[in-house]
Design a binder for this molecule. Structure first.
Ligand code: ITT
Length: 194
């Protein structure tokens, strides 16, 4: 089975990708290569951050690898928190701090439209490829559900009446932004192997 190093410090994302790619690829974690530092993500866009993270890890380990950068883009907030989704409520803030800040920012706001966006940057045989996944939805006024992570308790994808945190991993991982980008990654990798 092909091995790919996933350049993330986020255990939730690692679990999701391992579940989505199960049986197709062996996904190595940064733990597996004894890398314990933070990966710099200082770029102004989600796409450039994904590329920055993948390049950083590729230069260190010279292994085929990929990184994803994701964010929540809220229409009424002109696309915020976007590339700043992880630290929307400040450096070292918790997922709950971010959710509280978002609830406050959208108080009395009728337009609840939002989208999750993931860009995966893959470096394989020294070449760079990117894959995007987008899921449209809306932001609840209160958190619902306990599964998942990040903004999952507030986000209801279009066509569903539950948040990502209510529906559970099995369903989220078939329809999410990360699942859509990962499907593109897998399709691409399978064509390479033919
Ligand atoms: P990396 O080590 O991979 O950079 P990270 O936690 O910084 O992990 P991102 O920059 O990709 O992750 O994502 C930014 C934030 O967007 C993340 O901390 C969450 O708050 C939110 N987010 C990303 N994907 C999400 C998902 O599937 N569900 C809920 N929130 C998500």
């Amino acid at each position: 089975m092909k091995k790919l190093l996933f350049a993330t410090n986020n255990k939730h994302k690692l679990d999701e990708i391992q579940q989505i790619t199960a049986g197709k690829f062996e996904i190595l974690s940064l733990n597996d290569v004894n890398f314990m530092e933070e990966i710099p993500e200082t770029s102004p866009t989600i796409e450039e951050n994904a590329i920055q993270k993948a390049r950083f890890i590729h230069e260190r380990f010279l292994l085929d690898c990929f990184a994803d950068d994701s964010g929540l883009e809220v229409e009424a907030l002109n696309g915020a928190p976007g590339v700043y989704s992880a630290r929307y409520a400040g450096e070292q803030c918790s997922y709950q701090d971010n959710n509280s800040k978002l609830i406050g920012a959208l108080q009395n706001q009728a337009n609840r439209k939002a989208r999750f966006r993931t860009v995966i940057a893959l470096i394989i045989d020294n070449q760079l490829f990117t894959f995007e996944g987008v899921v449209e939805g809306k932001i609840e006024s209160q958190p619902h559900g306990v599964e998942g992570f990040g903004y999952d308790p507030l986000f209801v994808p279009d066509g569903f009446d539950q948040t990502f945190a209510q529906m559970g991993a099995a369903l989220k991982n078939t329809i999410s932004h990360r699942a859509l980008a990962t499907t593109k990654l897998i399709t691409f990798l399978s064509t390479l192997e033919d």
